[in-house]
Design a protein around this ligand. Structure first.
Ligand SMILES: [Zn+2]
Ligand SMILES: [Zn+2]
Length: 262
């Protein structure tokens, strides 16, 4: 299950931004794009980048038969591409027709087509579940609605890597619940309050601290105040009785340093 650094898979599936992973992802991107450009005008194209792409999709839990279907090309062709064929197997395909190559290169791993059990970056899932607890949804209730055990849920809400199926289910659950008051849905008020207290103790960010662009981005920080990352944000934390977040503490330190220097 552990993916190596220096791979495109770790970059895309786990959002690892270390230098080796970033380099591997950039190189893979370049080679895929070059192959797409060649495929537009040559009668035959090199099969290697296409093979590499199909293997990358395999890393995302999309098997080659599935890839063939998604691309609308024959499974026989993809089998030859990966394994070669015939009694005198001359090895995997070296050159291929550009329309087949382009169709295969066009298939990309998305949350919808990835394998259900593939572990991927859990940033957005963690933040969604934590934000629902801030809203007063008890963890046991969220676990029940997700159909996972309480212990399993306890790990999910803090883990770095989460299975694709849970990532998908959490998005659906979040879209369903983010505007819904748990007490109106039969959750006793004292349990909703207990959930909110747990969330406050752990400094979990509320729904309003995220938007669609930031919630899945591991590089993004919660915007607690609407001005986080600025000296005004730092002051807003005090007004709102929320402990200052890291970007605000930095902004405030920079601000003070500038005042001193002036
Ligand atoms: Zn890495
Ligand atoms: Zn802040």
């Amino acid at each position: 299950m552990a993916r190596l650094h220096g791979t495109n898979a770790k970059y895309h599936l786990e959002a690892c931004r270390c230098l080796p992973c970033s380099n591997a992802a950039a190189e893979y991107d370049r080679s895929r794009r070059r192959a797409i450009a060649y495929g537009r005008w040559r009668p035959f194209v090199d099969a290697e980048p296409v093979r590499a792409h199909v293997r990358e999709l395999g890393e995302a839990g999309i098997g080659w038969i599935r890839v063939a279907k998604l691309a609308g090309v024959s499974t026989g062709g993809v089998s030859k591409l990966l394994y070669g064929d015939g009694p005198r197997n001359l090895g995997p395909t070296r050159r291929m027709r550009p329309h087949v190559a382009l169709a295969l290169l066009a298939v990309e791993a998305t949350l919808d087509n990835m394998g259900a059990r593939v572990p991927i970056d859990g940033t957005g899932t963690r933040r969604r579940l934590q934000a629902l607890v801030v809203k007063g949804w008890p963890q046991s209730e969220l676990a029940r609605r997700l159909g996972v055990g309480r212990a399993n849920f306890g790990r999910t809400i803090v883990s770095n890597l989460i299975q694709v199926s849970t990532v998908r289910a959490t998005r659906v659950l979040y879209d369903e619940l983010w505007r819904v008051d748990p007490v109106n849905q039969g959750i006793p008020a004292h349990r909703a309050n207990a959930a909110r207290r747990t969330a406050a103790k752990r400094q979990w960010a509320p729904i309003g601290a995220w938007d669609d662009d930031t919630i899945d981005d591991p590089g993004a920080c919660a915007d607690w105040t609407g001005q986080c990352g600025t000296p005004e944000g730092y002051r807003a934390h005090y007004r709102l009785h929320i402990p200052a977040c890291e970007p605000c503490r930095h902004a405030q330190a920079d601000h003070r340093a500038q005042l001193k220097a002036a």
